[in-house]
Design a protein around this ligand. Structure first.
Ligand SMILES: Nc1nc2c(ncn2[C@@H]2O[C@@H]3COP(=O)(O)O[C@H]4[C@@H](O)[C@H](n5cnc6c(=O)[nH]c(N)nc65)O[C@@H]4COP(=O)(O)O[C@H]3[C@H]2O)c(=O)[nH]1
Length: 785
């Protein structure tokens, strides 16, 4: 039974503890699986993407570089091959021209003036459409020409002058000149003619259009900006061709004999256009062949490919960046949600779900921090244990929802009357702990704060439409006086709180060393109390309630006794509050009720007159669901007449929840059960409320009887209660009557019944049986019945 009670009592606490345990577990698990920050997808993806893009663009740059070098070397190679071809072609053409001049010179020596005519007839001359061959005398008169047009005199021409002087017999290649007759540009190749004695006899000339030497220009290979040219070693360009443009006569510096260019550059004849240029000195001729390929054209394909490559790579990179951004954004959102969930779980693990206050698991952290701070700066820290006095009752009677409302209200009041730096913790149930830090060791701060909290808690609170007042018991322990560490301070504050409860609730107690021993005792008692029912250590004694006039026993009050095997009899004043607090009063009270009912039946069966039995009922019992059912079952099981059963309720019990109380009372009244109000005068019963209650008797508390008849105010109260009962048509009984004077006073003032040591102490059932057996009549009891 005790176990069952403990289970009932802690059911909510356990489930809350289990929830917060679960939350802690979830928090642990959640944090255990959290990857390091750099492995979070929203960091990892961009990093991997950036590294990938870096590598990718390095490889793009490398590939472009390689492509460029391939394109450059291909262009250089192409330029070299073209130069080879051009060189060979130019040398062949020049050699042909020179051979023609030599043949004409020979024929002139053999045949005289008709040599040219004869060679022409024999088709020994190159095609006249391109080449013109002529012979001039030593005076410069043209005496034979393959050209039909009359040849001008050439005596003044530079080539003639050059030949007529000491020119030797080498081939002379003139500069490009305009023909005096036709105006067409021409290059004159000439050789010296000598007479038999070797004197200058004239010259043989071959003129050709300079474009003849540029005809090798192949636009398919050289593009529109390729360069093809023949440069005289005298620095005068004989012909140069760029695309379709042919020109001559430019004076440029003569390049090295064999210039091979692997790289593009701008040569003196290039007019700013960079080219892959190859220069070849023509063997045996005073000429240099030049071939140049425009860099722009040679690398245009590479440039196109490069652009395409860069654009497609950039597009790919952009796509990748966009995808990464989307993934990262999603992952970031997920991570943020997860972080919020973790935060929520962490909060759940460290805070109480109902009140939002820090819970037990955070208490140690906060307290340790405060102590560390206090040790460093010489401050005091006060730990306050708080337990609401009537919480269990309100929770049981008004329901959990009202209990929750009360806890929330109390929590926010406590929070609002403390500093931000102070900690308010809900341990579970109706237990709270305050940690008041930063107190100067001898200042009044903690006292004032504790008083503020006590007052705030006891402010009236509205629950299910009614106003209630809740008080609390507080226990305090301070660093450094009462302990140096969290463990000690908490246990000392707890012990002080228990002391506050013992002293009578609604008060606060500072820790004193002897409290610990008391607390240990109390816990031991609590455990023993839980086992007492099962070990059959309880018994019930009965105290007679006698008629004030006739002194006949009208009823008996059932009073519980606990015979502890080791400690002897234990007073109900000690163990009943403990049983109420732990909830054990419910099964214990039921046992008393059943015992009393059974005893009543036993007396009847023994042939004794019927007697009223009053049973004390505590609030927790009475407001417990199913109490009426328990009474009905006790009556039925024992067969005791309900009309002889009286339940003693206290004023405070009734006032806790008047409506509910009235409801239960009415149900029991319908069965025949009666009620008396115990300890009348000690509470604050509303008289108008009493009028509506199905009450048979008022019991004047013994505290008003003790000093009767001497004390005036007690006299006044007793008389007032008796006269009020008269008016309300209620029976009055005085308890704790010990003296004749008290009896006289009560009788004189019309008290109906009397209970007290004056007549009898509480007795065993057998002793009561014996008393009843000798009693002449039990008129009142019978009347009542
Ligand atoms: N000084 C003095 N005292 C007298 C005199 N006559 C009777 N008493 C004592 O006064 C108490 C009367 O009970 P109570 O007011 O209901 O007060 C009771 C009642 O509140 C509680 N109690 C006892 N038995 C039960 C029980 O079965 N159920 C519940 N709920 N409470 C119980 O324990 C309290 C104390 O019970 P007890 O120690 O038995 O103390 C009894 C009784 O022994 C007298 O002339 N002078």
């Amino acid at each position: 039974m005790a176990e069952k009670m403990e289970t009932l009592k802690t059911a909510r606490g356990v489930s809350k503890a289990r929830i917060s345990g679960l939350a802690r577990d979830m928090a642990r698990r959640a944090t255990r699986h959290v990857p390091p920050r750099f492995l979070e997808a929203y960091v990892f993806f961009p990093c991997v993407t950036l590294i990938f893009l870096l590598v990718f663009w390095c490889s793009v740059a490398y590939t472009i570089r390689m492509e460029y070098e391939t394109a450059v070397s291909a262009a250089a190679e192409s330029s070299r091959q073209l130069a080879d071809t051009y060189e060979a072609q130019a040398v062949r053409n020049l050699a042909e021209i020179d051979r023609t001049l030599k043949m004409v010179a020979y024929a002139y020596a053999m045949k005289g003036d008709h040599a040219l005519e004869e060679m022409e007839d024999r088709q020994m001359l190159p095609p006249a459409i391109v080449f013109h061959v002529a012979i001039a005398t030593s005076r410069g008169e043209v005496i034979a020409s393959s050209r039909k047009l009359p040849e001008p005199r050439v005596g003044s021409e530079p080539f003639f002058k050059a030949m007529s002087g000491n020119g030797g017999d080498a081939l002379f290649i003139g500069q490009v000149e305009r023909n005096a007759g036709s105006g067409a540009p021409e290059i004159v190749f000439s050789r010296r003619l000598a007479d038999a004695s070797g004197r200058f006899a004239g010259i043989v000339m071959l003129t050709v259009d300079p474009s003849y030497f540029a005809s090798a220009y192949d636009a398919a290979q050289m593009g529109r900006h390729g360069f093809l040219g023949l440069l005289g070693t005298d620095g005068i360009m004989r012909v140069e061709r760029v695309g379709d443009d042919i020109s001559w006569g430019a004076a440029v510096a003569v390049p090295p004999a064999r210039g091979v260019s692997g790289k593009p550059g701008v040569m003196p004849w290039d007019a700013g256009v960079a080219r892959f240029t190859n220069v070849r000195a023509l063997h045996g001729f005073p000429l240099v062949a030049i071939v140049g390929l425009s860099r722009e054209e040679a690398l245009s394909r590479f440039r196109r490919d490069r652009q395409l490559y860069v654009l497609s790579s950039a597009a790919g990179s952009m796509l990748l960046l966009v995808l990464t951004a989307i993934l990262s954004a999603k992952s970031w959102a997920l991570a943020r949600d997860r972080a919020r969930t973790e935060e929520r779980i962490r909060h759940m693990a460290t805070h109480d779900a109902l009140t939002g206050l820090p819970n037990r698991s955070l208490l140690r952290d906060r307290l340790d921090q405060e102590l560390e701070h206090a040790q460093r700066h010489g401050y005091a820290v006060t730990v306050v244990f708080i337990d609401l006095d009537n919480f269990k009752l309100i929770n049981d009677s008004l329901g959990h929802r009202a209990g929750d409302e009360l806890l929330k209200a109390v929590s926010s009041r406590m929070r609002s009357c403390l500093r931000q730096a102070d900690t308010v913790v809900r341990l579970g149930g109706d237990e709270f702990v305050l940690v008041l830090g930063n107190e100067s060791a001898d200042g009044p701060g903690a006292y004032l704060a504790i008083e503020r909290v006590r007052e705030a808690i006891s402010e009236p609170v509205e629950l299910v439409g009614q106003t209630y007042q809740v008080t609390c018991s507080m226990g305090m322990a301070s660093y450094p006086i009462d302990g140096n560490d969290a463990e000690t301070l908490l246990s000392h504050a707890d012990a002080a709180m228990y002391r506050a409860k013992e002293v009578g609730r609604n008060n606060s107690q500072w820790y004193r060393p002897e409290m610990n021993a008391r607390l240990r005792d109390r816990l031991r008692r609590q455990k023993q109390l839980g086992e007492a029912l099962a070990r059959d250590q309880f018994r019930v004694v009965y105290q007679p309630q006698v008629d004030a006039r006739t002194r006949n026993i009208l009823g008996v009050e059932a009073l519980l006794r606990w015979d502890h095997p080791a400690d002897g009899p234990i007073s109900p004043m000690t163990f009943i509050p403990l049983a109420e607090e732990t909830g054990l009063i419910v099964p214990i009270g039921e046992w008393v009720l059943r015992s009393a009912c059974r005893q009543g039946v036993r007396w009847r069966r023994a042939g004794l007159p019927p007697v009223r039995i009053s049973v004390n009922v505590s609030a927790r019992q009475f407001l417990h669901d199913g109490w009426a059912q328990t009474v009905a079952s006790a009556l039925e099981d024992s067969g005791f007449d309900a009309r002889h059963l009286e339940l003693e309720l206290t004023e405070s019990l009734i006032m806790q929840d008047l409506d509910r109380c009235v409801q239960t009372m009415k149900r029991l009244q319908d069965m025949g059960v009666r009620f008396s109000i115990d300890d009348f005068g000690t509470g604050y019963s509303s008289l108008s409320a009493l009028k509506h209650l199905p009450i048979a008797r008022l019991k004047i508390d013994k505290s008003f009887i003790r000093e009767l008849p001497q004390r005036e105010d007690d006299r006044a109260i007793v008389m007032a209660v008796i006269s009020m009962s008269r008016r309300l048509n209620l029976n009055v009984i005085a308890e704790g009557v010990e003296t004749q004077a008290q009896v006289d006073f009560l009788c004189e003032n019309g008290c109906d019944e009397i209970q007290g040591y004056y007549f009898s102490r509480p007795l065993t059932p057998a002793e009561i049986g014996a008393m009843l057996a000798v009693q002449p009549t039990v008129a009142s009891a019978r009347e009542d019945a």
